[in-house]
Ligand binder design. Structure first.
Ligand code: FES
Ligand SMILES: [Fe+2]
Length: 371
């Protein structure tokens, strides 16, 4: 058996491997956002990664749905970004509803036959877990399949995401680096004291027992984060009970769900091309919205630009080293990947799962309907 995923740096550059990884991603569940992205019935957004474009929507009745973003007339991409209500194809003007039905074709009398009922958008599976939205290319997949894939992670990430009360900020950052390098940089703590020495304080090194490696490539880093004297202050400022457990859940293949103090942080690393990816970070406040007259709300409003600035700085630091890693692995593609530090345990686990899945012929996941 030829090994697409070998032990050298070539795995961050090889176009054939990238194609195989896209099959892997498409036969897996992908988190595409949160329920805050679909705030009302009849709203929608487009999720795109290397080889697909999906419309994720709440239809008029509020049901979550996903469709291939291609008009059923000549296949034109129907829409981009976020929107609400019906979608009109930019080519000949066919109109579709957020439930995927074809609502009307222009100059209809000119068609010999046209069966609207058969020309709806091609569906994909869409499932809400906690406040996270997952999609799967195979429309027969169900919530039971998603839960089976996530295992113990299902309950935990659902519970964490349920704590999110309102969006704080969203950052979409294009990266000139392979998606596996981008994921790796976000799930290891070995670089933190060095790369983020100005921006993040890290009191102590992680311990092996802080890491739990789970089946299917998922992995958790969890550690107590006592707040000490800051706790009553945060309680007063936020009007909530601050979280004293830092938890970072990596959900294979490209999702990271983190809870830290008063914030829930959902990050996805979207593959674009072998040497390109996109970081999408969404942050949520765990404190509910207060009235505009509340001074704490004003204080929060004043602090927010500082928080945003600090966070972007951390993201830029990560981007800088990621892009250097992309360049370096490109000039030394035959070099073996070096040994892994204990704090890189999740990276090893992640890369081993990608290797396992692409080195065997990728198969679609079994569906509950097959049982
Ligand atoms: S391609 Fe969409 S209406 Fe013709
Ligand atoms: Fe980092």
């Amino acid at each position: 058996m030829s090994e697409l995923f070998g032990p050298t740096n070539a795995v961050f550059h090889d176009p054939a491997l990238f194609t195989a990884e896209q099959r892997l991603l498409r036969s897996s569940w992908t988190c595409v956002g949160t329920t805050f992205d679909l705030p009302a019935p009849d709203t929608r957004f487009v999720h795109e990664d290397a080889q697909r474009s999906l419309i994720v929507a709440r239809d008029g009745a509020g049901t979550l749905r996903a469709f291939v973003n291609a008009c059923t007339h000549r296949g034109t991409r129907l829409c981009q970004g976020r929107g609400a209500g019906r979608m009109q194809c930019p080519y000949h003007g066919w109109v579709f509803g957020t439930d995927g039905r074809l609502l009307g074709a222009s100059k209809r009398a000119g068609f010999k036959t046209l069966e609207e009922a058969e020309l709806g958008l091609k569906p994909a599976a869409a499932v809400q877990l906690g406040k996270l939205i997952f999609v799967h290319d195979d429309p027969r997949q169900t919530e039971a399949d998603l839960r089976a894939f996530l295992g113990a992670e299902a309950e935990q990430i659902a519970a964490i995401s349920e704590r999110a009360q309102r969006p704080l900020l969203e950052c979409r950052m294009p990266l000139r680096g392979n998606w596996k390098l981008a994921v790796s940089g976000a799930i290891e703590d070995y670089h933190v004291a060095f790369v983020h020495k100005q921006t993040l304080q890290k009191g102590r090194s992680s311990r092996p027992e802080d890491y739990v490696l789970r089946p299917n490539g998922h992995a958790v880093f969890s550690t107590a984060a006592p707040l000490g004297w800051k706790k009553p202050l945060l309680r007063w400022l936020g009007g909530i009970e601050p979280l004293e457990q830092f938890e970072s859940h990596f959900v294979f293949p490209n999702l990271l769900v983190i809870q830290i103090v008063g914030v829930i942080h959902v990050t996805r690393f979207v593959p674009v091309a072998p040497g390109e990816s996109l970081r999408v970070s969404q942050l949520y406040d765990i404190s509910p919205r207060r009235g505009w007259w509340n001074p704490l709300e004003w204080l929060r409003w004043a602090i927010m630009p500082l928080a945003r600035h600090g966070l972007h700085k951390v993201f830029r630091e990560d981007r800088e080293v990621l892009e250097e890693a992309q360049v370096g692995t490109g000039v030394a593609p035959d070099q073996l990947r070096g040994p892994a530090h204990m704090e890189e345990a999740r990276v090893e686990h992640f890369l081993a799962e990608v290797a396992r899945q692409v080195n065997v012929a990728p198969r679609p996941l079994p569906t509950a309907n097959d049982a």
